[in-house]
Ligand binder design. Structure first.
Ligand SMILES: C[S@@+](CC[C@H](N)C(=O)[O-])C[C@H]1O[C@@H](n2cnc3c(N)ncnc32)[C@H](O)[C@@H]1O
Length: 235
């Protein structure tokens, strides 16, 4: 992780909560999380924001952001240069689920960043925003877009065995269209030369490669694939 700002603790939450010898450490984690000094997140979930390479001046859109663990990372990246007190960039975090938006506000306000806002829309129909009231015709385009789309979650099967019992071959087909529509809208609001990262926690090609192939074909060279990585790190 950049600058070594991530640490991995090889034990599960239950053990951490129950082990008497780790009581003080557990308390420390809770306090530091509440004050925004640390965020607890699974290692594999940290990869998509890293691929975005966010700079302090970037306008960043997180299309399906709740509960906000990746959003928190994006905001940290915006503030990564200590010599800049208030970065000129912004993170716009969207989710279609109103309750989850509230969760996200709770999660992200710990960071006390003035460069952050939450919106509540269906990402497939994300409204255009303007850059300022003085220039109502100038549509806001984002330098970086994260499309961490809703998915079947079958890539988490080792830690969520329930997924295995609920899995059926049709599930991914239902999700494919929604995922492609979110990706399409993300590309529409992306600045020319900008970067979009599409991520899921599914290993099903219908939710991953097929979505990219469909949208890349439609854009006919309008956007290119920078890297394709299917990462499986979950336990
Ligand atoms: C994989 S989760 C996002 C996890 C989040 N990026 C994080 O790292 O904490 C997918 C999210 O997509 C949201 N969602 C589902 N359909 C959506 C839509 N049409 N538009 C926007 N968000 C949607 C869900 O409410 C859910 O919060």
């Amino acid at each position: 992780y950049p600058e070594g700002f991530a640490w991995q603790v090889n034990m599960d939450r239950k053990f951490l909560r129950q082990c008497e010898a780790l009581k003080e450490f557990h308390q420390f984690l809770i306090q530091e999380t509440e004050t925004g000094n640390i965020s607890r997140q699974e290692a594999v979930s940290m990869i998509p924001p890293l691929c975005l390479d966010v700079q302090p001046h970037h306008k960043v859109l997180d299309m399906c952001a709740a509960p906000g663990s990746k959003t928190a990372q994006l905001i940290e990246m915006l503030h990564s240069d200590d010599s800049i007190v208030i970065p000129s960039g912004v993170v716009v975090a969207n989710d279609s689920d109103n309750k989850r938006c509230y969760l996200m506000v709770h999660q992200v306000k710990r960071l006390e960043s003035p460069c952050f806002t939450v919106i509540n829309h269906d990402a497939t129909l994300l409204p255009n925003m303007v850059t300022s009231a003085a220039q109502p015709k100038e549509i806001l385009k984002y330098d970086r877009v994260l499309a961490d789309v809703p998915c079947s979650g079958d890539g988490t099967m080792r830690k969520n065995p329930d997924c295995w019992f609920k899995w059926n071959p049709i599930g991914a087909c239902h999700l494919h269209n929604l995922q492609a529509r979110i990706l399409r809208r993300g590309l529409e609001v992306l600045e020319v030369g900008g970067r979009l990262v599409y991520s899921t926690c599914s290993l099903n090609p219908i939710e991953d490669e097929a979505v990219l192939a469909e949208v890349l074909t439609e854009t006919a060279g309008g956007c290119c694939l920078l890297f394709k990585e299917v990462v499986s790190l979950s336990r």
